[in-house]
Design a protein around this ligand. Structure first.
Ligand code: ADP
Length: 516
């Protein structure tokens, strides 16, 4: 039996997915196991680490079963991992979790994010660690746990992320790859080691954290029972891999200067790659590790496809329902309605900050608004303005990114928004860049698998990815539209800065308002 398969496993926020690829990147089979996000208190977003570990085992075993059901009996050359960033689990003396996994979406450390920014020179910590000071980051979460749950904090033998926990269960070692570590806010990007200053703030010593290792680090020697459960030989190499963001860049073949990966799913992100770590003087961007020669710089936005969902469910409810009854996808129907209006929605702008905003403004108090409403505007203008607003908002990260890495050219676009030709063309026009949509694969799983090939010396560089990623759609900017958006863009971008005090006052009003 030849080992002609590679498995990419992505431990995500809604599910763990395993994709089995041939060594040249063709998908053979896949399997996903979902788990819930536990949100029973305000700001809480946790997951059960035991459930995630079981999901990892099941997704691997089921993906392999699906491979065999297709009559493929090749062996597995490697299993390589991607995982969501920023998770924290408190582990007790007996190596058992004392808490759930506190995910990136958990907001309960927000007070601490504010204090680190204002009282502890947060900008200097960000510049050393590459992680914006935000409640998502383990730095803020550790400070929150220390102050709010001192007994738990004292009883904790170590803090680990979800992938560290899975690797401990598989191999009995507490290891963290440089990539996940670089998104903790606790890891010094230049030294590739835990940052003394950041750790001093949290009161955690390096012995209470996992040992940092390169993303190419691999282990062998599964426990016989686990190997049998997975359906793999015990000596199958397991590559620790990286975080899901940087692996998604690799998985869409955006790993060279000038190439930008943009995702708009529920939320969104823009990411690009540079060969050394860089941070932004005003803290607008993150910098996370892929390999020593590949660093991913970019920004996440809270407001992406969730805005179009809101339009579908709250603004254009009747139109969406009519579409459903006609057996048409409501998003497709609403896109067609938006198409009836010319670019720029006849002077209507929409700020999509309905979920506050991360990059580039990093202000949870921002709120959405239509700007420029006039009596000639109808619902179709509002729908179009909302779609344009999501893209304008993503565009506003670009100056920060280009300040750091230089000019960008081609964009690789992924996520649910890419199902709409109108929305894709808007991206090409607003960014004034070519937009390419890669063939739909689980990009973080493919990225993990290719990093695994490189880790084991089966390929000379990560560039093999370029032969694995095809494209489905390509859009070039339309000059007349570009000209319209170039006039509107500065107006869109100037407003949030001008309204800072008013956003703050409205947020205070909302906090004080009696709940009905
Ligand atoms: P997730 O981030 O949860 O993985 P997806 O990448 O599937 O989600 O993106 C979901 C979003 O994609 C939806 O909220 C919606 O805004 C957008 N979307 C889904 N289908 C379409 C469509 N046909 N046209 C335009 N946008 C769509």
């Amino acid at each position: 039996m030849k080992n002609n398969l590679m498995l990419g496993v992505d431990i995500g926020t809604t599910s763990t997915k395993t994709v089995a690829f041939t060594l040249d990147g063709r998908v053979v089979a896949q399997h996903a196991v979902e788990y819930p996000l536990l949100c029973t208190a305000p700001g809480m977003a946790e997951q059960d680490p035991q459930q995630i570990y079981q999901a990892v085992l099941t997704s691997i075993a089921q993906a392999l079963q699906a491979v065999r059901a297709k009559g493929n009996h090749d062996g597995v050359a490697l299993v390589s991992f991607s995982a969501a960033m920023h998770s924290v689990i408190a582990i007790g003396q007996d190596q058992q979790p004392l808490t759930n996994s506190i995910t990136w979406a958990d907001n309960r450390a927000s007070v601490w994010a504010g204090r680190i920014k204002t009282e502890h020179d947060g900008n200097a910590i960000y510049r050393r660690t590459g992680t914006p000071i935000h409640p998502m980051s383990p730095l803020c979460k550790l400070m929150w746990l220390r102050e709010d749950q001192p007994q738990l904090f004292a009883a904790t033998a170590r803090f680990a992320g979800v992938k560290e926990y899975v690797f401990f269960r598989l191999f009995g070692q507490w290891l963290v790859d440089y990539s996940i570590a670089s998104a903790t806010g606790l890891f010094n990007l230049q030294q590739l080691a835990w940052d003394e200053g950041a750790l001093a703030l949290t009161g955690v010593v390096p012995a209470r954290l996992s040992t940092p290792v390169p993303t190419t680090h691999h282990l062998q020697g599964l426990d016989a029972a686990v190997a049998a459960q997975l359906g793999l030989p015990a000596d199958t190499p397991f590559v620790i891999g990286a975080n899901d963001g940087v692996l998604s860049n690799l998985g869409v073949n955006a790993i060279h200067p000038g190439q930008v990966a943009v995702t708009i799913g529920t939320s969104g992100a823009m990411r690009t790659v540079i060969d050394k770590p860089v941070t932004d003087a005003s803290g607008r961007t993150f910098c996370y590790a892929l390999t020593p020669d590949h660093w991913v710089v970019g920004g996440p936005v809270n407001n992406g496809g969730n805005i179009f969902r809101w339009v579908r469910d709250e603004l254009a409810t009747a139109e969406a329902e009519t579409a459903r009854q006609a057996g048409i996808d409501p998003y497709d129907a609403l896109t067609r309605i938006a198409e009836q209006v010319t670019p720029g929605a006849e002077g209507l702008l929409f700020h999509p900050f309905m979920a506050g905003e991360r990059a580039p403004l990093w202000n949870a108090d921002l709120r959405g608004s239509f700007f420029g409403l006039a009596l000639h505007h109808r619902k179709e203008h509002m729908i179009r303005a909302a779609l344009e607003g999501v893209i304008f908002n993503l565009y506003s990260i670009l100056p920060a990114v280009e300040d750091l890495i230089g000019p960008t050219r081609r964009m690789m676009a992924t996520g649910g928004f890419a199902r709409s030709a109108l929305w894709r063309q808007m991206m090409a026009d607003i960014f004034n860049r070519e937009v390419v949509v890669p063939e739909s694969v689980e990009s973080s799983c493919l990225g993990a698998a290719v990093l695994g090939l490189y880790a084991l010396g089966l390929v000379p560089s990560l560039d093999v990815i370029s032969d694995m990623v095809g494209s489905t759609n390509r859009h070039v900017p339309i000059a007349t539209n570009v000209a319209i958006y170039e006039r509107l863009r500065p107006i869109f971008m100037a407003l949030p800065g001008k309204l800072e005090q008013e956003y703050l006052a409205l947020a205070a009003f909302q906090r004080d308002a009696p709940t009905p």
